[in-house]
Every structure is written in structure tokens, then in C-alpha cells.
Design a binder for this molecule. Sequence first.
Ligand SMILES: [Zn+2]
Ligand SMILES: [Zn+2]
Length: 247
Amino acid sequence: MIYNAISEIGNSLKDIVFPPRCAVCDAVLPIWTDKKQEGICPSCKAKLPYVEEPRCLKCGKEIESDTEEYCADCQKLNRSYKKGFPLFHYVPPVSDAVLAMKYKNRQEYADFYGREIAGRFGASFHKLGKDICLVPIPIHKNRLRKRGYNQAELLAETVGKYTGIPVRTDILIRVEDTKPQKELNPTERTRNLSRAFQVSKNIRLPDAVMLVDDIYTTGATIEACTELLKQAGVKDIYYTSICIGKV
Ligand SMILES: [Zn+2]
Ligand SMILES: [Zn+2]
């Protein structure tokens, strides 16, 4: 009883010192209503840029015509993963918020975005196989040391929390801290990136993997990780991301 009271006071103090902020526009949320629990202000909630149908059957991007099955990129590029589940279009203010989550220490936003992904796609994820697990795209240890966290891992943890799907951070390792060069074409980017990752040896691999990343742009990172996982013996690979679009 007394511990509960103390912890409640502690939480209230924390809210005053570090007020909860909207995970989209960064406005301070009122701490005296239940609204803070949602992690978003009502005006942002009303205009979230969800990717809607019709979607590309491969990457999940919204397409204009429902007579097409695939987007222009997926018609011409090799995609080894089975299907993508991107949540939002990469447009402001969500795009700014996702960058702030990555570079400006807004780690707490991961809870909102993870909950959104779980709410929108959780049931579909469970249908993909009993053995499925969430695998965040890793960052190199030097970058992790500098930034202090991997935003994709925070996201995977919250998706895992709200869906009950296990998170595995021991499968994929980032061995090189590459910066993909803009002048490379998509195939070269994938080749360049596939040197940046490795699949751990001598561990039990699941049949199905849901890769988790914050932004899906060219798809080169997801493709590189998919190819490595397939070579290692994982049968089905999917991905989910907060945003899809051009950066
Ligand atoms: Zn807002
Ligand atoms: Zn596509």
C-alpha cells in the first residue's frame, strides 16, 4: 500500500520534471488527464498518416491502383522477404518524430509506435507462424556506444510487449558500420550492406523472422538481412517498420 503510494508520487514527480510528450509533434501532454497514457495529443491522433489499401503485396507500400499487385519498385527489384508491414507514410510530422527517436534521444516514443504496430498488425503477425520472432535491425557496437540505444531494438521490444511475440537480438549482428553511398544502385547497396551484417553461428534459428526497423526506404537493408537469414536456414522472412517512403 505504502509502496504503491510512494511509487505513485515518484511517477507524478517524474511527470513534472520530465513531462510526457506527444510522440508525433513533441508537445507536452497534460499530466492531469488519462490522455498521456496514449502518448499522443488528440489533434495528431486525428491525422496519423496510416498506409492504407490498396497496398503492394510485397513491401506493403500504398499504391494508386488496385489493379496493380506490386509497386513500381517491387516490380523491378529482387525482394527475398515474403511481405512487409509498414505502418505510416514517411511524412512530417511523423518523419521528424521518428528521426528524433533515432538521433535526439526521444526513446520513449518507441512505446507509442510499438503499440500502434502491435494494434494494427499483431493479429496478422501471429498468423504467420507459431515460431515467429521479432528481430530488430542491429546497429554497430560503436554506434550503440555513442547513441546509447538502438531505436529498432526499443521498437521491437514494445511490439513484443504488446503482441507476446519473442524478441531475438542474438541472431543478427552488425559487423561493419557502413554508411551506404547514395550513388550506389539498389543491387550494389544490398551487396554493400550484406557485408555489414552476420548471422550468429551455432544458435537455434526460428522458421520465421519479422525484421523490425524504424524506416523502410530503398529496402536495401531489409533485403541484405533477408538474404543472410535465408542462407543461414530461416524459411520465411517478413518486415515491419514505422514508416515507408523516400528520405
Ligand atoms: Zn501531437
Ligand atoms: Zn512494393
